[in-house]
Design a protein around this ligand. Structure first.
Ligand code: PMP
Length: 408
């Protein structure tokens, strides 16, 4: 069924009762960051008030409890992604750091001058710039998988981009700017047939659909806690065991070593610890585990279906507005509505609609190459989550009509 008990869900989110400029908050900027349920917020007080300690090293009770909760989250994440082994789960600061880890560890070990990396036109800057920085050093070539007029990746063009020098495909699962859902399973099959690896940026997929890294056959999969009802400052890199074991460490420090010596060679810990130098964001990791349990409790598939209804209603409402054009009209779309309006700047719309209590995003959404391709430098973006209601969509659409009337 595509209906959730949205009233019960909303009751989990304290922030949703607040007002903005004297009006009830209508929060439609979920693709930037989602709100956080009480269960996740409470984790911080429970941790700092009850068992705050550094993990892995201590022999005392608090350290044991913190380590158990931290490592328990690794198992929760493994289950959430259906990875084969919890050693394949590495905690990072977010999607950005996860991609930088792959670029700096796997990339430096496996990419040479003349090699080719395929990136899609739909990428977030965090899945472009790490590859550009490395390409400038190493001298490999970046090739761009094109999109059609709907913002759908052109799979025929994708197939033709491969050569015997293609080593990696880096693509998002769902586009943050347009909401396009990419056929990453099919793309992985094609990449593997050419002997290339595939990294999937799942930052926008994990909040909306069930992800099974084994079914996708993704070599690497990255996501961020704060987009999936968890806290900021924590994210995940999944990598296949054989790849992670062969990769050199990226950052050095405590936690990631086996033995350190000035006389003999320093040796490194086994995965996943080899990639987790220093004290991690312990409370945030534990809170991420609570967020994933919350999502699984509600049912990520039911959440995605509900957001599909919100998207359909929002699309139908805004298309009544004269001179409004939706960017991203792929048939496979998550709950993201990106649009431009003739005679009204995105920034003006964003500022004025905030005065009516409605939070949307305006700008380039860290996807400048995509927006440039469509001839715009900014869009307005409304993006949906489990707690949004059809009434809120109407408030948003009414407010949008009013604001456009003011600026035109
Ligand atoms: N990829 C995509 C598709 C995103 O939407 C985002 C966040 N907007 C990121 C990567 C970067 O995530 P973070 O800032 O949490 O590292």
């Amino acid at each position: 069924t595509s209906s959730l008990d949205v009233a019960a869900i909303r009751a989990d989110f304290p922030i949703l009762t607040r007002q903005v400029h004297g009006r009830p908050l209508v929060y439609l900027d979920n693709a930037a960051t989602s709100q956080t349920p009480r269960q996740v917020i409470d984790t911080f007080a429970a941790y700092y008030g009850g068992y705050n300690a550094n993990i892995h090293r201590g022999l005392h009770t608090l350290a044991d409890e913190a380590t158990a909760a931290f490592e328990g989250t690794r198992e929760t994440v493994r289950g959430f992604l259906n990875a084969a082994d919890s050693r394949e789960i590495i905690f990072t600061r977010g999607t950005t750091e996860a991609i930088n880890l792959v670029a700096n560890s796997w990339g430096r070990a496996n990419l040479q001058a003349g090699d080719e990396v395929l990136i899609s036109r739909l990428e977030h800057h965090s899945n472009i710039v790490p590859w550009q920085l490395l390409a400038a050093e190493i001298g490999f070539t970046i090739k761009v998988i094109p999109v059609d007029a709907h913002g759908t990746l052109d799979l025929d063009a994708y197939r033709e981009l491969f050569s015997e020098r293609t080593r990696l495909v880096a693509v998002n699962h769902v586009s943050n700017a347009f909401g396009t859902v990419n056929p990453v399973k099919e793309m992985a099959t094609i990449a593997h047939a050419h002997g290339a690896r595939i990294l999937v940026d799942g930052a926008q997929a994990t909040p909306h659909q069930a992800v099974d890294v084994r079914d996708l056959d993704a070599d690497f999969y990255a996501f961020s806690g704060h987009k999936v009802y968890g806290p900021t400052g924590v994210g995940v890199l999944y990598g296949k065991t054989e790849l992670l074991e062969a990769m050199p460490p990226w950052q050095g420090g405590g936690e990631m070593i086996a033995t350190v010596s000035f006389e003999a060679e320093t040796t490194f810990a086994e995965i996943p610890h080899k990639f987790e130098a220093g004290t991690p964001a312990i409370a945030e990791v534990i809170a991420l585990g609570e967020a994933l349990k919350w999502v699984s409790g509600v049912g990520v598939e039911a959440i995605g279906a509900w957001e599909g209804r919100l998207l359909a209603h929002a699309t139908e409402r805004v298309l009544r507005i004269d001179g409004l054009r939706i960017l991203g009209t792929s048939p496979e779309k998550a709950g993201v509505l990106s649009f431009v309006v003739d005679g009204a700047h995105a920034q003006d719309i964003g500022l004025l609609i905030d005065q009516l209590g409605v939070a949307i995003r305006t700008g380039h959404h860290c996807a400048q190459p995509l927006l440039a391709h469509f001839g715009v430098d900014a869009t307005c973006r409304a993006s949906f989550a489990a707690y949004n209601t059809l009434d809120e969509i109407d408030i948003f659409a009414d407010a949008l009509e009013r604001v456009i009337g003011m600026v035109r």
